[in-house]
Design a protein around this ligand. Structure first.
Ligand code: FE2
Length: 167
């Protein structure tokens, strides 16, 4: 089973940074697959029944997400491709798979040897590995963000390696 990096620890810290998105008239689907549709339905039900308790939402949702990541053939090849023109640089592709008022799912494709800039997700959610291997370093910010373009960072834990389960 793929290891999941949970964003639970960030939730409380990020609450002041909530972003209001424009309301959607309808859900936006970019992947047409029964496995994916079933996961979205399950996720929406869990979100609705856990009543904004995000830690509880993630706890219940995690095994369903892990199960989805174990399945093959639900993610169209297009959404597993790098994007040389993407705004993240390094050929990193970010592809929207589904979006509704309460849930957004996207794939992030990081080509071999590419490195993402240091970033904060500024959201709650789950991150999982569908294919390949990823090394990750988590930092804790020591300053209050008062200087634009500067962050006083400290490694928060030993770098983690997410690795696809051998099949
Ligand atoms: Fe990230």
């Amino acid at each position: 089973m793929p290891r999941l990096k949970e964003e639970k620890s960030k939730i409380q810290n990020l609450m002041p940074h909530t972003t209001a998105l424009e309301p959607l008239e309808t859900d936006q689907w970019f992947v047409d697959s029964p496995e994916f549709s079933e996961f979205v339905a399950t996720a929406k039900e869990i979100i609705a029944t856990t009543n904004h308790n995000r830690i509880k939402t993630l706890d219940i949702l995690e095994p369903y997400f892990a199960a989805l990541l174990q399945k093959r053939d639900w993610l169209p090849e297009h959404f597993a491709q790098p994007n040389l023109e993407g705004g993240l640089g390094g050929g990193i592709g970010q592809w929207l798979l589904y979006r509704s008022q309460e849930l957004t799912i996207f794939s992030l494709v990081i080509p071999p040897n590419s490195i993402t800039p240091i970033h904060d997700h500024l959201s709650w959610g789950l991150v999982g590995l569908y294919q390949g291997k990823q090394e990750e370093t988590v930092y804790r910010r020591l300053d209050k963000g008062q200087l634009e373009g500067f962050g006083d960072l400290q490694e928060n834990k030993i770098p983690a390696i997410l690795e696809e389960k051998k099949r």
